[in-house]
Design a binder for this molecule. Structure first.
Ligand code: FMN
Length: 353
């Protein structure tokens, strides 16, 4: 297996149809799911030649943490469906690769358990903010106590998107899957909707004040898709934004994350760090995101395919093959490090005028 697509094919063979549908699927007609991947082909790279690329590094910094490559691990739920070690295996692979793992609220391990598995490695925590504020407060305290370095609030999930693939495949959670970071156990069927029932759908920008008093970690908002909301995020003290449509799993019909990136970057400038996720399958996709202003990207499904195929080793190999593709792409683009990739290294596909 030499690229992410190979891992997807192998994962599809290994996983039962229900979990595969849950991982692979999007919402509604899956327009946005497809758009995320297709968007990358509409941008082309503009390489510069005769640049000294004898020494190239993929290392960069995200919110003050040095990472080995601009690919972070996105928060994805129920990793134990792919491998018995689940989030622990992913965390170990991310730590060994030298990058940040973002742990989902819907994990089978607590923040303390994951932190103990990778002592000292950089971890972020993704929050689904439940209606039970007392529970949320305790969860945030546990996240801080465990040494996590940032809090990623998912803001595109006031309610679950419409997930028809799960229904068609009759996706059902195993009854022995621990959910230590949720205030109540999820229904085993229609799982995505069940998560939506736990999340507080009444949250507004004002509530961020409470969140910032309950947790002093740097805050990122994940799921921003407009310049307007990016500016509000900056005004409300966010340190980072993840431009994301939840991998095409929430509102179908929204644009590809890559296509929204330029307007968000233009709106916030240097005020907050802008990350993106959705549809990244190649190192050259990462380069295009960097050129359009992302500091780094997050990878969701590719990590799950690696986990399903070969546990911790599979995740490690997916991260490494993306890193190698980025390194090769940097050299061919005429850049020696990720932050040398600029807007001039990319253009809209189509004939020159
Ligand atoms: C199976 C699956 C579960 C996910 N669970 C979560 C989650 O618990 N919290 C969250 O914020 N995003 C979740 N996401 C969205 C990812 O964090 C990320 O935005 C998306 O997967 C990026 O697109 P990609 O899969 O094309 O890389 C999930 C995505 C998938 C595919």
């Amino acid at each position: 297996m030499i690229n992410v697509d190979d891992y997807e094919k192998a994962a599809r063979e290994r996983l039962d149809p229900g979990p595969y549908a849950y991982y692979a699927g999007g919402s509604g007609d899956e327009q946005t799911l497809r758009a995320n991947v297709e968007a990358f082909a509409r941008w082309e790279l503009r390489p510069r030649v005769l640049v000294d690329v004898g020494e190239v590094t993929t290392r960069t910094e995200v919110l003050g943490t040095e990472v080995s490559s601009p690919v972070l691990v996105a928060p994805t739920a129920f990793q134990r469906l792919a491998d018995p070690e689940g989030e622990l295996a992913t965390a170990r692979a991310a730590a060994a690769a030298g990058t940040i793992m973002c742990l989902s609220t819907v994990a089978s391990f607590s923040p303390a358990e994951v932190a103990a598995a990778v002592s000292g490695a950089p971890l972020w925590f993704q929050l689904y903010w439940s209606r039970d504020r007392g529970f949320t407060k305790e969860l945030l305290a546990a996240v801080t106590e465990a040494g996590f370095r940032a809090l990623v609030l998912t803001v595109d999930f006031p309610v679950a998107g419409n997930r028809e693939r799960d229904a068609r495949e009759d996706f059902t959670l195993p009854d022995d899957l621990p959910q230590p970071n949720l205030p109540v156990a999820l229904a085993r069927k229609d799982v995505h909707a069940a998560i939506g029932q736990i999340v507080d759908s009444r949250l507004t920008w004002k509530d961020l004040e409470w969140l910032r008093s309950a947790c002093e970690l740097p805050l990122l908002l994940k799921g921003v898709l407009t310049a307007e909301d990016a500016v509000l995020a900056a005004e409300h003290g966010a340190s980072g934004i993840v431009v994301s449509n939840h991998g095409g799993r929430q509102l179908d019909g929204v644009p590809a994350a890559l296509d929204v990136l330029p307007e968000v970057v233009e709106a916030v400038g240097e005020r907050v760090e802008v990350l993106m996720d959705g549809g990244i399958r190649r190192g050259t996709d990462v380069l295009k995101a960097l050129a359009l202003g992302a500091r780094a990207v997050l990878s969701g499904r590719p990590i799950l395919w690696g986990l399903a195929v070969d546990g911790e080793d599979g995740v490690a190999r997916v991260l490494e093959l993306l890193r190698v593709e980025i390194e090769n792409g940097l050299k061919l683009l005429g850049c020696t490090r990720p932050d040398e990739v600029t807007r001039t290294h990319v253009r809209r596909a189509g004939p020159s005028v």
